[in-house]
Write a protein that binds this ligand. Structure first.
Ligand SMILES: [Zn+2]
Length: 246
C-alpha cells in the first residue's frame, strides 16, 4: 500500500535525517526560514526541486503547479485565488529571496496537453486548460514557427519557451521588476531533461537553453540578469533558424 510506504519513509526520516540534522531543525524552528532562492517548478512527481538540487530544509522556497507556470500579475489585485502569485509575493516581499528560478522539464504532461489542445485527452477537464493557457500565445507561436517539425520537437520547444514566458510574467509584478532593476533580485530560466539527467539554463547570448556543466555560478548570474528582458519570441526565432529581430 503506497500510504504505508510514506509512513515508513517518515519513520526513517525521523530516526535518520532528522536526528542527524537536529541543529539545523532547531535553528529553523527558532529563527524561522530565510531562503535565498525561490523555485517555481512543475507538480510532476518526477521533478522534485529539493532532490534535483540536493538542498536542505530552509534552502529553497518552492511553488509547484502544473507545468511550472507563472501567471501575469493582476492589477489591481482582485478577489480570485491567485495561489502561485501569493507564494511568489511572499517569497519576494516577505522573505526577500535573491534569486527566482523557473524550472521547466522534459516530457511535461501539462505542456503536452497545451500542445495537443482540443486533441488532448485532458481537453474537457475543468481547470487544466485554463491554467496552461498562460502560455497559449507562446504555444501558438512555437507551433506556427516550427511547422513541419516532429511533435516531440515542438513539445520540447514549448516546454522551454513557456519557461521564458513565465520569466516575462514574473517581470509584470511591480515588486519583482523594481528589485531586478535595482540588482537585488535575479531571475533564471532552467529546464531539466530527465532522460539524460541533465540541467539546461537559458543563455541570452545564444537565445537557446544550454547544458549547465559543473558550477559556473557567475556566468549563470550574469545570464540571469540579462534574462529578465528576454521574450519567448527570440528563443523561438533562434530555434526556427531565423535571425533574431532584437
Ligand atoms: Zn510538468
Amino acid at each position: 500500500m503506497p500510504l504505508r510506504r510514506l509512513l515508513k519513509g517518515f519513520s526513517d526520516f525521523r530516526l535518520g535525517y532528522y536526528r542527524e540534522h537536529l541543529d539545523l531543525f532547531e535553528k529553523l524552528a527558532n529563527e524561522g526560514q530565510a531562503p535565498k532562492i525561490l523555485i517555481v517548478a512543475c507538480s510532476d512527481a518526477r521533478v522534485d526541486p529539493g532532490i534535483l538540487t540536493q538542498t536542505q530544509p530552509g534552502d529553497i522556497f518552492t511553488v509547484r503547479n502544473v507545468a511550472a507556470m507563472v501567471p501575469p500579475a493582476q492589477y489591481p489585485p482582485d478577489t480570485r485565488h491567485h495561489g502561485t502569485s501569493a507564494a511568489i509575493e511572499f517569497a519576494v516581499r516577505g522573505l526577500g529571496v535573491e534569486h527566482i528560478v523557473v524550472l521547466g522539464h522534459a516530457l511535461c504532461g501539462g505542456i503536452g496537453a497545451l500542445v495537443d489542445g482540443r486533441d488532448s485527452i485532458y481537453a474537457d477537464y475543468d481547470y487544466l486548460s485554463t491554467w496552461t493557457s498562460i502560455a497559449q500565445e507562446t504555444r501558438d507561436l512555437v507551433v506556427r514557427e516550427l511547422k513541419g517539425r516532429s511533435r516531440e520537437e515542438v513539445a520540447r520547444a514549448v516546454e522551454q519557451a513557456a519557461v521564458l514566458n513565465s520569466v516575462g510574467n514574473l517581470m509584470s509584478f511591480r515588486w519583482i521588476a523594481d528589485k531586478v532593476a535595482a540588482g537585488t533580485l535575479i531571475v533564471h530560466g532552467w529546464w531539466f531533461n530527465m532522460t539524460e539527467g541533465r540541467l539546461y539554463a537559458f543563455n541570452p547570448a545564444t537565445a537557446l537553453f544550454e547544458p549547465v556543466l559543473g558550477v559556473n555560478l557567475e556566468g549563470a548570474i550574469r545570464q540571469g540578469t540579462a534574462l529578465s528582458s528576454i521574450r519567448p519570441e527570440r528563443f523561438v526565432a533562434a530555434l526556427a533558424g531565423k535571425v533574431p529581430a532584437f
